[in-house]
Write a protein that binds this ligand. Sequence first.
Ligand SMILES: C[S@@+](CC[C@H](N)C(=O)[O-])C[C@H]1O[C@@H](n2cnc3c(N)ncnc32)[C@H](O)[C@@H]1O
Length: 212
Amino acid sequence: MKNIYNEILSDVYGARFQEYGATAKGSFWLTRQRQEVRFHIIAQEVARLGDGAAVDIADIGCGYGAFANYLLEKGDPEISKYTGYDICPQLIEECREQSQSIAFNFEVGSAPIFPTMFTVMSGTYNLSATSDIENWEKYVFNCLERCWTHTTVAMIFNLQIEDQSMISKSNIYYASKVAISEACIKRFGPAKVILNNEIPKDATFVIVRAGK
Ligand SMILES: C[S@@+](CC[C@H](N)C(=O)[O-])C[C@H]1O[C@@H](n2cnc3c(N)ncnc32)[C@H](O)[C@@H]1O
């Protein structure tokens, strides 16, 4: 089904990529260092929950493939299969062209198309396609629910945070940490929240399937 927000964002991210190429700035990140702190937090959680075994990952909003490259460079956690999904076909084309491993695949989409141990999103929902916070949060939770359906071990995502949820003039979405945690508990189960001094306006939410 076509979604108007996905269409708007695909155009915005596609144009940004056209202008800045495969760089942190091309994905609306301030610096590569901050982008990597987020990757580090996610990779550490996946490795911890995966208990040292090889894992499969769905990276929703994979952009130009920065997390895929990070995982290949670090080698921890060991990856049995990685699928990067993005709503922007131009970015998926770039990922496919640059792909360095046959275990790494890329698809246009906004949720996994088959059951996957870990579903992760870094910065995926930071740029809003509307100034209406209620509609944006509905969209975000609709996306999370579709991802959760195909997540067998854990879903891990980060959001920018503020005391109250809001959308800035430049359409950056800031979530309320407490409200998101409560909404996650209601829909999925308890959410662990990870904070890091290097990225003080960010929170990483980790939701583990019961019994895992
Ligand atoms: C801020 S960039 C982050 C890219 C990458 N995760 C990184 O950290 O380098 C957000 C990416 O998510 C994609 N995106 C936005 N909404 C999405 C959705 N609902 N499902 C899948 N991809 C989405 C955008 O096209 C963009 O490539």
